[in-house]
Ligand binder design. Structure first.
Ligand code: AMP
Ligand code: MG
Length: 319
């Protein structure tokens, strides 16, 4: 039941408008990676291969499956070398690059703070000393590509790839589709949209959820051709206490929700892993810094803040 509820919560960050896809298309939907995933293409074998790949990756990357590589890292002692898949090493190394690139605003070691706020189980509002304690458990994640190991710099540290994993998995899905010769497909990984090629002779049309309106209302539609579209927002996974809404994205500088007026941020890029990390980081950064980060990384962004929508020049709005 809870799964179903969560699924409903996550499915509407971005709305796909795919009605014009021709009717030979095969569509499959599963609840995986803590969200609803739908892949559509005219090649059943390719779509099924994508779901096999997602199953494989979830077993490595999930912080909730006790035997995953990430879970084994999360129960290790300080500086213990945990042998993991080279792929996990590769992704954690990328996460370290994004941490540097965003002045620490994207930080996979934020998990103790995320756990403290406990959004998954209905939420808890911690006091400042509890936040300080949890923040003291963030820090360096050390990787050794040669022996394919990962170590955490402190006892009690934990990592959370929730801000980047779907982006990475989306990139792998795209690779699988292309390796099967699919040149037109659409995948929705809980709001991370992977648009392969074009939709027939047209661009894909992607609707962006209005964060202040009911689910299904869009504030814009954008045209994309062979891109990944990733949205972070505080309006889907949150709880409310004493009239205040608390959501799932944490500013690593404070251990609290970011203190800015961004309601959602969408990143459009060729690189889904980068787009996912940046959507989370830009949500933390606030508008001005987000624009700088987007420029520096060569991605397009759409920022929906209270009373204002900002687009970078590469975004193609559907009029
Ligand atoms: P996203 O929906 O991609 O923005 O990712 C949000 C998820 O990433 C949260 O549910 C947390 O698991 C994790 N997270 C929260 N804050 C951060 C942060 N500042 N850096 C990295 N991951 C985060
Ligand atoms: Mg993200």
């Amino acid at each position: 039941m809870k799964k179903v509820l969560l699924a409903t919560l996550c499915a509407f960050i971005v709305i796909l408008i795919t009605a014009q896809m021709h009717n030979k298309v095969y569509s499959r939907t599963e609840y995986m990676l803590d969200t609803v995933i739908t892949i559509k293409a005219d090649d059943k074998k390719a779509v099924d291969a994508c779901f096999d790949e997602i199953t494989r990756l979830e077993k490595l990357l999930s912080a909730y499956l006790p035997d995953s590589d990430v879970s084994r890292i999360n129960v290790s002692d300080a500086y213990e070398k945990v042998k993991v898949s080279p792929e996990v090493v590769h992704l954690i190394k990328k996460a370290a690059t994004y941490k540097e690139l965003t002045d620490g605003m994207f930080d996979i070691s934020i998990k103790p703070v995320v756990d403290l706020w406990d959004i998954k189980n209905g939420g808890y509002v911690p006091d400042d000393s509890e936040i300080a304690d949890a923040l003291s458990l963030t820090g360096d994640v050390l990787v050794n590509a040669q022996d394919s190991t990962v170590s955490l710099a402190k006892d009690g540290m934990k990592i959370d790839l929730g801000g980047i994993a779907k982006g990475y998995v989306g990139d792998k899905v795209r690779e699988i589709l292309l390796s099967h010769g699919v040149d037109s497909a659409i995948a929705d990984l809980g709001g991370n949209i992977v648009a392969v090629g074009k939709n027939g002779s047209k661009d894909w049309l992607i609707g962006l959820q209005n964060p202040t309106a009911q689910r299904g209302s869009t504030f814009a539609e954008i045209n994309v051709d062979d891109k990944v579209v990733v949205t972070s927002g505080g309006y889907e996974r949150y709880f409310e206490k004493d009239g205040i809404k608390y959501h799932h994205i944490i500013d690593p500088a404070t251990g609290k929700n970011p203190d800015n007026d961004i309601l959602s941020i969408t990143v459009v890029s060729d690189d889904g892993t980068l787009a996912d990390a940046l959507s989370t980081a830009c949500f933390v950064a606030g508008k001005d810094k987000a624009i700088d980060i987007a420029k520096q990384c060569g991605v397009d962004i759409i920022i929906y803040s209270a009373g204002d929508v900002y687009y970078t020049s590469g975004i193609k709005i559907n009029n």
